[in-house]
Design a protein around this ligand. Structure first.
Ligand code: HEM
Length: 131
C-alpha cells in the first residue's frame, strides 16, 4: 500500500517545488545555469514556480507569463533536460503518489519535449519567430 498521498493543495506544491529546486541548486550540471540566471532572486523565482504549477495542476489562473522565452538564451540542451526531468520525477515520487503526481510528471515530460523542439527551431532559424 502506498504511504504517500497525492498533490492536493498549494502547500503540497510548495513542498514539491522547494524539494525540486533544492536538488537543482546542488546539481553540478543545472545548478550553475540556474544560479547564474537567477542570482539573488530565488524567492521571487520560487513564488512564480508555485503559481505556475498551481495553474498547471489545478487550473487556477495564478500564473501569467511566457515560460519558453525565459529559456531561449540559456545554454541548455538535451542532457540538461534529461537531468531536469530526472530531478523533477524524483521530487514528485519522494513526496507524492496518485493522479496529480502522475500528471505533474507527465506535464514536465511534455513541456520539456516542447521546449527542446522549440529551442531547436529557434537555434536553426535565428530571427524567424515560429508564429
Ligand atoms: C534544462 C532545463 C531547464 C533549465 C536550465 C531552466 C532554467 C530556468 C531559469 C534559469 C529560469 C529563470 C529565468 C529568468 O527569470 O530569467 C526559468 C524559469 C522558468 N522555467 Fe525553466 N528551466 C528548465 C526547464 C523547464 C521546464 C521543463 C519547465 C516546464 C515544466 C520550466 C518552466 C519554467 C517556468 C514556468 C519559469 C518561470 C518563467 C517566468 O518567470 O514567468 N523550465 N527556468
Amino acid at each position: 500500500m502506498s504511504t504517500t498521498t497525492d498533490i492536493s493543495n498549494k502547500a503540497d506544491i510548495r513542498l514539491l517545488v522547494d524539494t525540486f529546486y533544492g536538488q537543482v541548486r546542488e546539481n553540478t550540471l543545472l545548478g550553475p545555469i540556474f544560479n547564474g540566471a537567477i542570482g539573488d532572486h530565488w524567492p521571487a523565482h520560487l513564488e512564480r514556480m508555485y503559481s505556475f504549477w498551481q495553474t498547471v495542476l489545478f487550473h487556477e489562473q495564478d500564473y501569467q507569463g511566457n515560460p519558453f522565452m525565459k529559456h531561449v538564451n540559456l545554454p541548455i540542451h538535451q542532457d540538461h533536460f534529461d537531468t531536469w526531468l530526472k530531478l523533477w520525477h524524483a521530487s514528485v515520487d519522494r513526496h507524492f503518489s496518485g493522479e496529480k503526481a502522475t500528471e505533474a510528471k507527465w506535464r514536465g515530460d511534455k513541456m520539456a519535449a516542447m521546449f527542446i523542439s522549440k529551442l531547436d527551431y529557434y537555434r536553426a532559424n535565428p530571427g524567424r519567430p515560429l508564429l
